[in-house]
Design a binder for this molecule. Structure first.
Ligand code: GDP
Length: 343
C-alpha cells in the first residue's frame, strides 16, 4: 500500500469510495489530496474513476513550471514564491518532480524541497514525485497530480523539476508559464542551450545575484534570447529577473513577471491554446501508455519477439509488423468487453 497510514483523524482513506475521496479533497483535506496523488503515482486501477470525478473541478489553477540546473536555487525560489502567494491569500500546490529517480516522497526529494516552513500551513500542499517504474513515467503522472491539486482548490500550482534533462524540461514546459533559473557562473548558458530550455522559458530568473557575475549572466541571457531584437507586435518578450532567493530579494519581481505573463496569456487567448496543447499531450501519453500495457497483456513480448525476428531477417517490414501488433490489440479488445461507444 502506498501513502502510509491514513488512520488517524479523518478515518482510513484507503477504504473510502473515490467519490468520497474527491469530496474530501475538494474540501481541502490534505490526507485525501495525498491519497489521490498516491493513486496517481501508483497508477491505481481506480484512477480512471478518480479522473472522471476530478474533470469538472479542474481548469482553475494557474500552473507554473520551474526548471534549471541542480543547485541553482529552484527549491529556495519555490519556497519563497509559496510565501509570496500565501501572503496574497492564495492556496498553493507544489509538485517537486524527479524524472531520473525511482524514489518518491522519500529522502531524496524530501531533502530537496526546502519547505519545512510551509509544512504546517493548511493552504499549502507539497508533494514530491518520482517515476516508480511506471510505463508512462512522470510525463504521464505529473499532469494527473496537477489535476488533483487543481481540483483541491489550489489557485497556483508550482511544478519544480530537479534538473535540465529532456524529461525535466518537458515536464516544466507543460505549464501555463515556465520559469527557467540560472545562476552566475556554472556555464549555465551553454548548458541551457543544450537542453533547449531557452525555448521553453517565459520568465528567466538569474538567482544568486549576490554572487559575482550576475550582470554578465543577465547580459548573456539578453543576448541568447535575442531581447535586443525586434519582435512581432504582441509577441511575448521573455522577462529576465534577478533574485537572491535565500533573502527573498527579487521574489516580488518574479511574481510580477508571472502575473504579467499570465495577463498576456489571457489577453492573447494563448492560455486556452496552451491548455489544449497540454491536454493533447496528456491524452496522447495516456493512450500510448495504454497501448503498451495492452501489448504486454497480450503476451506482447513473445508476439513482438516473433515479429521482430521476421523484421530483422527481412521477412517483414517494420510498418507491417507494427500494424499486426496494433491489430492484435484491437482484436483482443473487440473480442472482450471493450469500452462501449458513448455519445
Ligand atoms: P535547487 O537544487 O535548484 O533546488 O537549489 P536549492 O534551492 O536547493 O539551493 C541550492 C543552494 O544554494 C542552497 O544551499 C541554497 O541555500 C543556496 N541558494 C539558493 N538561492 C541562493 C541565492 O540567491 N544566493 C546564494 N548565495 N545562495 C543561494
Amino acid at each position: 500500500m502506498d501513502g502510509g497510514s491514513d488512520d488517524d483523524g479523518g478515518g482510513d482513506v484507503s477504504q473510502v469510495t473515490v467519490a468520497e475521496l474527491v469530496q474530501r479533497a475538494r474540501q481541502g483535506q490534505p490526507r485525501a489530496v495525498a491519497r489521490l496523488i498516491s493513486l496517481v503515482e501508483g497508477a491505481s486501477p481506480r484512477l480512471r474513476e478518480v479522473m472522471a470525478a476530478l474533470a469538472p473541478l479542474t481548469g482553475r489553477a494557474y500552473v507554473v513550471g520551474l526548471t534549471g540546473p541542480p543547485g541553482v536555487g529552484k527549491s529556495t525560489t519555490t519556497s519563497a514564491l509559496v510565501t509570496a502567494y500565501r501572503a496574497a491569500g492564495r492556496r498553493v500546490g507544489v509538485l517537486a518532480v524527479d524524472p531520473s529517480s525511482p524514489f518518491s516522497g522519500g529522502a531524496l526529494l524530501g531533502d530537496r524541497v526546502r519547505m519545512s516552513e510551509h509544512a504546517a500551513d493548511p493552504g499549502v500542499y507539497i508533494r514530491s514525485m518520482a517515476t516508480r517504474g511506471h510505463l508512462g513515467g512522470l510525463a504521464w503522472a505529473a499532469p494527473q497530480a496537477v489535476r488533483v491539486l487543481d481540483a483541491a482548490g489550489c489557485d497556483v500550482i508550482l511544478v519544480e523539476t530537479v534538473g535540465v534533462g529532456q524529461s525535466e524540461v518537458e515536464i516544466a514546459s507543460q505549464a501555463d508559464t515556465t520559469v527557467v533559473l540560472v545562476a552566475p557562473g556554472m556555464g549555465d548558458g551553454i548548458q541551457a542551450a543544450k537542453a533547449g530550455i531557452l525555448e521553453v522559458g517565459d520568465v528567466f530568473v538569474v538567482n544568486k545575484a549576490d554572487r559575482e557575475g550576475a550582470d554578465a549572466a543577465v547580459r548573456e541571457l539578453h543576448h541568447m534570447l535575442g531581447l535586443g531584437e525586434a519582435r512581432a507586435p504582441g509577441d511575448w518578450r521573455p522577462s529576465v529577473v534577478r533574485s537572491v532567493a535565500t533573502r527573498g530579494e527579487g521574489v516580488e519581481e518574479v511574481v510580477e513577471a508571472l502575473e504579467k505573463h499570465r495577463a498576456w496569456l489571457e489577453e492573447r487567448g494563448e492560455l486556452a491554446r496552451r491548455r489544449v496543447r497540454r491536454a493533447a499531450r496528456e491524452v496522447e501519453t495516456i493512450a500510448v501508455t495504454a497501448l503498451r500495457e495492452r501489448i504486454a497483456d497480450l503476451g506482447g513480448d513473445q508476439r513482438l519477439a516473433a515479429l521482430a525476428e521476421q523484421v530483422a531477417t527481412g521477412g517483414l517490414d517494420p510498418y507491417a509488423a507494427a500494424d499486426r501488433l496494433v491489430a492484435a490489440v484491437a482484436e483482443a479488445e473487440g473480442g472482450g468487453s471493450g469500452p462501449s461507444p458513448t455519445g
